[in-house]
Design a protein around this ligand. Structure first.
Ligand code: ZN
Length: 523
């Protein structure tokens, strides 16, 4: 935005010597007029423009851009025709559902186009995989900013399965200078700011919103945009935080309040969204697709804490693992883990995830690791490759849809695995995690017995098997976590314990030695 300094000129006046009182009165008039007009100025027009036009006596046409326009949902809309050469393209899809997902291809913005293609393809796949009754998935797009090196694309999806139709939104932000694409959480300065936003949203949401559904994770805050006035518009999909029939839930955070939450790029995006534009051209395509680089965006929660080094002999790490959940008392277990700043790994099963997505989101938000324990808990060794994939894929999709997180680990039910399972999990990027200590908590529903087994067997590098669907295990865990903490153990996620486990490989513990073969792990 060019800011011209206001000038008071004596244009075409009589050529007499300047008379101080007259000039002062003239300035006072201009200032007064400026104040009156700026109080009634249309939104989006900068003050300087008004002063300029006044001082130039309204004779000169202003070259200001038109004011930004808003959609019926409150977010800025930019006519795609202002970005010359923009074309619409669609996601390629082969499958049974009816899929029609469009997105923009803007000249010289290839990293954005590629990102949209990948991301929307993943969304279609996840919808398909997570819904046995998947029927159709449609997507359309609008630009929500296009100027000053920033492009905002808002995608609206409509998905229909055998039960209902849900409308959802996501907004992506592109920096033309370096070709980086940001999810919406990339508008925020950091995790703390996302947590602060989550608190503001929680105060403001309607009563229909499900308690415990809001967490500061990128998968939930995936549609942040601005109004033409610069307010931050936070949108949630149908059914995401409230019953589907309540429709879209949105919260508007006023510009002043949002200001301190935004990153430097977020503030630029806001500025871009609050002014219209006659024409905007992206000049050069950057060389590489940066895709936000390696940096973790706010709301992407890593299961690995860089401060902890399990390979350090001084640090005794142990991995508590809980299968088959989430269960009814899992939140209570999360409370205890939080109290001791302990982390655990949850090998979740498909149907419990569908029933209680709120606990899944909370588990992720609090830094625990989510891992795949199949949809229906079959003995994978009895299935062919298609069957194995068919039982793992839906859970990957369900967790991705709830959290935005792609899981790296799986645990075969009953510890039953074979070469086929190894091949499929390798293809899917999943390491197989078994265990070194079985508490047999499913068999012996006695809290003290389970606690004793866990504590007697705990050692540096151990992976301890439990199930958070049993109340006795939750009771036992209070004691296990307290005792391990007292004994100086660091309770970590499996990924933290193992470093970077290899997809397809199976692991029984994190004691530094070569991992064993797949074959003799049955339990
Ligand atoms: Zn299990």
């Amino acid at each position: 935005m060019s800011v011209e300094s206001p000038q008071v000129k004596q244009q075409d006046g009589p050529t007499m010597a300047p008379d101080r009182p007259v000039l002062t009165a003239a300035i006072a008039m201009v200032v007064l007029l400026g104040l009156v007009l700026s109080a009634t100025r249309p939104p989006g027009l900068p003050e300087n423009g008004v002063i300029d036009s006044i001082t130039q006596n309204v004779a000169v046409e202003t070259e200001e851009d038109p004011p930004a326009e808003g959609s019926e949902e409150g977010t800025t809309v930019v006519d795609a025709a202002t970005v010359p050469g923009t074309e619409e393209t669609t996601v390629d899809y082969e499958g049974d559902s009816e899929v029609a997902v469009a997105y923009p291809a803007i000249p010289n913005a290839d990293p954005l186009t590629d990102f949209l293609d990948r991301t929307l393809t993943a969304q279609v796949h996840a919808f398909d995989a997570a819904n046995p009754g998947a029927a159709s998935f449609e997507g359309e797009w609008r630009l929500t900013a296009a100027r000053d090196g920033v492009v905002g694309v808002r995608i609206t999806t409509t998905e229909t399965d055998s039960e209902e139709t849900r409308v959802g939104h996501s907004t992506y932000w592109y920096e033309t200078d370096d070709g980086s694409v940001h999810g919406s959480s990339g508008l925020l300065a950091g995790q703390e700011e996302l947590a602060a936003l989550n608190d503001l949203v929680r105060e403001d949401v309607p009563d229909t919103v499900t308690a415990g559904s809001l967490h500061p994770i990128s998968g939930l805050y995936d549609s942040l945009a601005f109004s033409p006035e610069g307010d931050l518009v936070v949108e949630f999909d149908d059914g995401q935080v409230a019953p589907t029939e309540e429709g879209r839930v949105d919260v508007v955070i006023e510009r002043e309040e949002a200001e301190e939450l935004l990153s430097e790029f977020g503030a630029r995006a806001r500025d871009a969204a609050t002014q219209g534009v006659e024409e905007f051209t992206v000049h050069a395509a950057p060389e590489a697709d940066k895709d936000g680089g390696d940096a973790i965006s706010p709301g992407e929660i890593s299961p690995i804490d860089d401060e902890i080094d399990c390979s350090d002999p001084e640090t005794r790490c142990v991995a508590l693992t809980y299968d088959d959940g989430p269960g009814g008392r899992t939140p209570e277990l999360l409370d205890t883990l939080a109290e001791y700043d302990a982390k655990a790994t949850f090998f979740v099963t498909g149907y419990p995830v569908m029933e209680d997505p709120w606990t899944v989101r909370r588990t992720y938000a609090e830094g625990h690791e989510l891992a795949n324990h199949t949809l229906a808990h079959p003995d994978l060794a009895t299935l062919g490759a298609g069957g194995v994939r068919g039982d793992l894929d839906p859970v990957q999709a369900l967790v991705y849809r709830e959290t935005g997180y792609t899981m790296d680990l799986m645990r075969p039910p009953y510890g039953s695995t074979n070469d086929t399972v190894a091949e499929v999990t390798e293809e899917m990027g999943l390491a197989q995690i078994l265990w070194s200590l079985d508490t047999n908590d499913w068999k012996d529903r006695k809290a003290d017995v389970v606690a004793d087994r866990a504590l007697d067997g705990a050692s540096d590098g151990a992976i301890i098997l439990m199930h958070d669907i049993h109340g006795t295990t939750i009771d036992a865990s209070h004691e296990i976590i307290r005792e391990l903490d007292e004994e100086g153990y660091t309770m970590v996620t499996v990924s933290q314990l193992l470093g970077t486990p290899e997809p397809g490989q199976s692991y029984v513990d994190g004691v530094p030695e070569a991992p064993e073969d797949d074959d003799d792990q049955d339990d």
